[in-house]
Design a protein around this ligand. Structure first.
Ligand SMILES: [Zn+2]
Length: 396
């Protein structure tokens, strides 16, 4: 439960970076280092659990081996006892055979008849001695067999008890393995959560560093500083051009139906013409060769103290990189949307620049395309571009 609350707290901090900005870049770094440590701890727990599973599995194998070996002993003991039982019966008949060999046995009361048939006192003693020897020989033999059978019975009992004991131990080891696997999946889930927290925190950190924030500077102070030193106004993205389609609802040149147009289309330039940012800022998102929109560069800027994201679509080339600082004279890409981008682009009917403008920063204030679309505003009226069809020949 505590863990969950902790995850929620971490997510909370990361999801609202600009509200939790009393912290510094250095503190943010520390936060990432702590998260990485936690991630490592989960990995270590996972490895320990895996090792415990291996040990348990080996222990189960050993116990199963013992059961097998014991089973063989048990079978041997049973067979031996069966043989001894036969031997005892045989022993009794062996005695009778011996007696008949000495002409002792000839029916019931053979021993007495044999003894009383003595012809003299010496003969009587002699006959009695033979009887005694034979009887004691056979009795000793039978007693030793009975002893052995008793020992086998004890062994069989021990093995049966031991088998129950070992099976119980195997069952509890299997339970332990099951719960270790449960633990591993919990560690995995937690580690994945931490991993995505780390990624979010890192991309936020990069973003702020690229906005020029210093290690010990509080993030809200940095925001204010960037605010005060940034763009006082807008410039045009192309040296010359004319608007060919407004932002908002229009008849789509592709589908022929009325639909929302997410930006302002600027024509009058061939493919390969340089495209510049409408305000200096940081490249906060790049999309390459989307089937609709093609190569796209998003620049996050402050203009007159407000955050904006400008988006340049259908580019033939992208001339910048993610999180690069770009100025109003930096070439960020070139015009595409005509024959040279046809191989990947399906949403453009000719060379033009699609200029989108949104409030807030894509990549930190919001992260999804749907959220970006809900922040769109009209670039033409905001930046101050001429009306449709009216050419311009200067960026200022
Ligand atoms: Zn467009």
């Amino acid at each position: 439960m505590k863990k969950n609350i902790f995850i929620v707290l971490i997510l909370f901090i990361i999801l609202i970076p600009f509200n939790a900005n009393a912290e510094t870049i250095a503190q943010k770094r520390q936060e990432i280092a702590n998260l990485e440590k936690q991630y490592q701890e989960q990995q270590n727990k996972k490895n320990t659990a895996r090792n415990n599973i291996k040990t348990d599995e080996q222990s189960i194998k050993n116990k199963e081996n013992e059961i097998n070996v014991n089973q063989q002993k048990l079978t041997a003991a049973e067979e031996e006892s069966a043989q001894l039982t036969v031997d005892i019966a045989n022993g009794k008949s062996e005695l009778e055979n011996l007696m008949s060999a000495y002409q002792i046995a000839s029916g019931d009361n053979v021993y007495l008849e044999y003894i009383f048939a003595a012809s003299s006192y010496e003969d009587l003693v002699y006959r009695y001695a033979i009887m005694e020897q034979l009887m004691s020989y056979m009795n000793e033999k039978i007693d030793s067999y009975k002893d052995k059978i008793k020992k086998n019975d004890e062994l069989i009992q021990y093995i049966s008890d031991r088998r129950i004991e070992l099976n119980n131990q195997i069952n509890s080891l299997n339970d332990e393995i099951d719960s270790l696997y449960d633990d591993i999946s919990k560690y995995d889930k937690y580690a994945n959560d931490i991993k995505s927290d780390i990624q979010d925190a890192k991309s936020f950190l990069n973003f702020m560093i690229n906005m020029g924030c210093k290690e010990t500077e509080e993030l809200n102070a940095c925001q204010a500083r960037v605010n005060s030193t940034n763009n006082a106004g807008w410039v045009k993205p192309l040296v010359k051009g004319k608007i060919t389609s407004y932002f908002g609802y229009r008849i789509s040149p592709i589908t022929g139906k009325s639909e929302g147009h997410s930006g302002t289309d600027i024509g009058g330039n061939s493919e390969g013409t340089n495209v510049y940012p409408v305000a200096s800022g940081t490249v906060c998102k790049i999309i390459k060769k989307a089937s609709c929109g093609g190569n796209q560069v998003y620049v996050c800027s402050y203009v007159n103290g407000k955050k904006y994201t400008a988006c340049y679509m259908h580019l033939l080339t992208i001339n910048t990189t993610l999180y690069a600082t770009v100025y109003t004279n930096t070439v960020i890409g070139t015009v595409g949307g005509g024959s040279r981008t046809k191989s990947w682009e399906t949403c453009s009917t000719g060379a033009h620049l699609h200029l989108g403008l949104g409030t807030g920063w894509y990549g930190s204030d919001y992260t999804t395309y749907t959220q970006w679309k809900s922040h769109l505003i009209d670039a033409r009226t905001t930046i101050g571009l001429p009306k449709m069809g009216v050419w311009w020949y200067s960026r200022y």
